[in-house]
Design a protein around this ligand. Structure first.
Ligand SMILES: [Zn+2]
Length: 229
């Protein structure tokens, strides 16, 4: 796809411009072919852009914040993924594949969509993040990845609160919806959570991602705040 966009047009399209292309852009566009026209700097391919990361200032969270709002655990891993996405990694297709799996299969886990279902949804939304999600799940088979986000939360919280027992983690995060009596936890839910945690740990190792010493997040850039369109 050949495309030329000005900075303003990029903003108008709701695309997010960071100091390097985001995984969303990689999925949505063939980013090597997308060129950006700057007022003074001429035309540059998107992958060469080095815009100031003004809107990506990291902010520390307390473990209490995570405990109270486990959704922030997902933000901690999103922060890590962005932080560890370096230029040389973009040229490693194996890394990109794993990173997309982490991003779309875990952090934004959703459900498989038929082509028809996906196309109907695409007609209804122009929000980039939403469209990327729909495109990723379009035509996929299998079961909804409902557990994945819960596993991410359990993983991050366990890392920062090592005193939390597997039992407690299971009761808090297992999404099975059944009553968590002792036997159920020990025989079913805890083993299943543990095996999912192992999968996630392996994926993070493949992506060369480590959690920071203290939980950190990026607050969304101004164009993520829903002002546009
Ligand atoms: Zn359960």
């Amino acid at each position: 796809m050949h495309m030329e966009l000005t900075f303003d047009e990029i903003c108008a399209k709701g695309l997010q411009v960071y100091d390097r292309p985001t995984l969303e852009q990689l999925i949505l566009l063939d980013y090597t072919e997308v060129k950006v026209r700057f007022p003074n700097n001429g035309i540059r391919p998107m992958w060469q852009m080095e815009l100031p990361s003004l809107y990506l200032v990291p902010r520390p969270l307390s473990v209490g914040d995570l405990e109270q709002n486990p959704g922030r655990c997902l933000d901690v891993l999103r922060y890590c993924l962005r932080k560890y996405t370096t230029f040389d990694k973009w040229w490693d297709p194996r890394w990109v594949e794993k990173a997309i799996e982490l991003k779309m299969g875990w952090l934004e886990a959703w459900r498989p969509l038929t082509f028809k279902e996906a196309d109907l949804l695409l007609e209804k939304t122009r929000a980039v993040a939403e469209r990327v999600k729909i495109l990723y799940w379009r035509g996929r088979r299998g079961r909804p990845a409902t557990k994945r986000k819960a596993v991410v939360k359990a993983y991050v919280l366990q890392n920062y609160s090592p005193d939390l027992s597997g039992d407690e983690l299971t009761r808090r995060f297992c999404p099975c919806g059944l009553e968590h009596d002792h036997d159920r936890v020990q025989d079913q839910c805890l083993p299943s959570l543990k095996s999912e945690l192992t999968m996630l740990r392996r994926l993070l190792r493949d992506c060369e991602i480590k959690l920071p010493e203290h939980p950190m997040v990026h607050d969304p850039p101004f164009w993520d705040l829903g002002v546009r369109e």
